[in-house]
Design a binder for this molecule. Structure first.
Ligand code: TRH
Length: 388
């Protein structure tokens, strides 16, 4: 790993829990490299978690290169001979190592220092995005991804929608997806649902609806926390990759976790995606299909405000009937209210065509703030010019 090259973007990421922090930074690092030809070093404290969504990564190697991104193990102490490149990104307020901060403080021309925040649809970020904060003679800027014109925009690769459209243009891709993973072949009228959530008591209520659905339902569940909420009905042997369970109209199949491209293909192949956190939440929107979001729970139910800010934005162009049902569906799922969730699911059956249509036009609306990677590049270049 070259430690002293001045052209680098250094992205620092701690894996707080789950996969969102590393999922977002890994995606950003690759996009900066691939689309903007920026050399990137990604520093990660937990390589084993990283490996779950990047299977070619070797957690025993402190430094390696994948997809043109240099990946370093953020160990303690951080290498003393490290020199920052031109931009340093502290992802999700992870706090840079003390010696890194000291090195930056000692520099006559320090790098552009950015704190990349979590994604939110709340409007208060419009007033905070891009604001500086002084740290002795250094300036740290706050970068807020978001859905509004004044935000930092959203992570979205250049060619993503073309790839998605190509995939969704033919049912052969879903068939091939199933075949490649030893899943049952799709039936003509089968509704495909992916399920990647945290534990949620209301999941069983959704399953009850699906058991009695008029047409067959296929629920594809990547290995993870959602299965813990289904163990009262699913035998242990089912709750592992390759597991299959059939009852009434419902077939459940359990998948291994794959890399991020494989996960996109799962989302593109499904008619309805249930997702969580930050990155799968966004990828489900880019899949242009109806979806349901299990938001990351926060203390004192702070996440519910964030949820409502999103559903208000997301449903703005929907008919009042669909808007109410979608808002209530998201809320009842996150509040783990089984009866309300079932009612909203039933209501949606009549509103499905409108929701599908809305899901298709939503990505363009969502991108009002533009593309996060390109916004970051422009912002950094502007700061570098000012300090030159
Ligand atoms: O895993 P998440 O819940 O992550 C986070 C973290 O918990 C974080 O601390 C929290 O603050 C944040 O949510 C809000 O959900 P998320 O963001 O969807 O990340 C999952 C990543 O895993 C995403 O990049 C997609 C990826 N993934 C794969 O690459 N392959 C797979 O098979 C699956 C199921 C997911």
């Amino acid at each position: 790993m070259p430690l002293t090259t001045s052209a680098y973007w250094d992205i620092f990421c701690t894996v707080v829990d789950n996969y969102g922090d590393i999922g977002v930074t890994w995606r950003l690092a690759r996009q900066l490299s691939r689309e903007f030809q920026q050399p990137v070093r990604l520093w990660v404290d937990n390589l084993s978690s990283f490996q779950r969504l990047c299977p070619t990564l070797d957690p025993s190697q402190p430094s390696q290169q994948i997809d043109n991104v240099l990946i370093g193990h953020w160990d303690t102490p951080f290498p003393a001979d490290w020199q920052p490149g031109k931009v340093v990104i502290e992802a999700f307020a992870c706090e840079l190592p003390a010696n890194v901060q000291q090195t930056m403080l000692n520099m006559a021309n320090p790098p552009v220092w950015l704190n990349l925040d979590y994604l939110t649809a709340e409007s208060w970020i419009d007033g905070c995005h891009g604001l500086p904060s002084r740290q002795q003679h250094l300036t740290r800027y706050f970068f807020f991804p978001g859905f509004s014109e004044k935000s930092g925009g959203l992570l979205c690769e250049n060619n993503l929608f073309a790839k998605r459209d190509q995939w969704q243009s033919s049912p052969d891709h879903r068939r091939q997806f199933c075949q490649d993973r030893d899943l049952l072949p799709p039936q003509a009228d089968e509704l495909f649902i992916s399920l990647f959530t945290y534990e949620n008591k209301a999941l069983l209520a959704l399953l009850e609806c699906w058991l009695q659905h008029q047409t067959p339902i296929r629920c594809l569940i990547p290995m993870g926390k959602a299965l813990n909420s289904l163990r009262t009905i699913l035998p242990d042997a089912v709750c592992q990759p390759g597991g299959r369970w059939q009852q009434g109209s419902l077939t459940i199949e359990v998948l291994p976790m794959t890399d991020q491209d494989g996960y996109d293909q799962l989302l593109w192949s499904c008619d309805f995606n249930i997702v969580r956190g930050e990155d799968s939440f966004l990828r489900a929107q880019w899949a242009a299909r109806p979806f349901l979001w299990h938001i990351y729970p926060q203390e004192e139910a702070a996440h519910l405000e964030k949820l409502q800010a999103f559903t208000a934005r997301y449903s703005q162009k929907m008919s009042p009937e669909l808007a109410v049902t979608v808002q209530q569906l998201f809320l009842s799922f996150n509040q783990e209210q089984p009866a309300e969730l079932q009612q909203n699911w039933e209501k949606l059956q009549k509103q499905w065509p409108e929701w599908q249509q809305q899901s298709h036009s939503w990505p363009q609306t969502a991108l009002a703030g533009g593309n996060l990677a390109s916004q970051l590049v422009q912002f950094a270049e502007k700061q570098l010019k000012c300090s030159a």
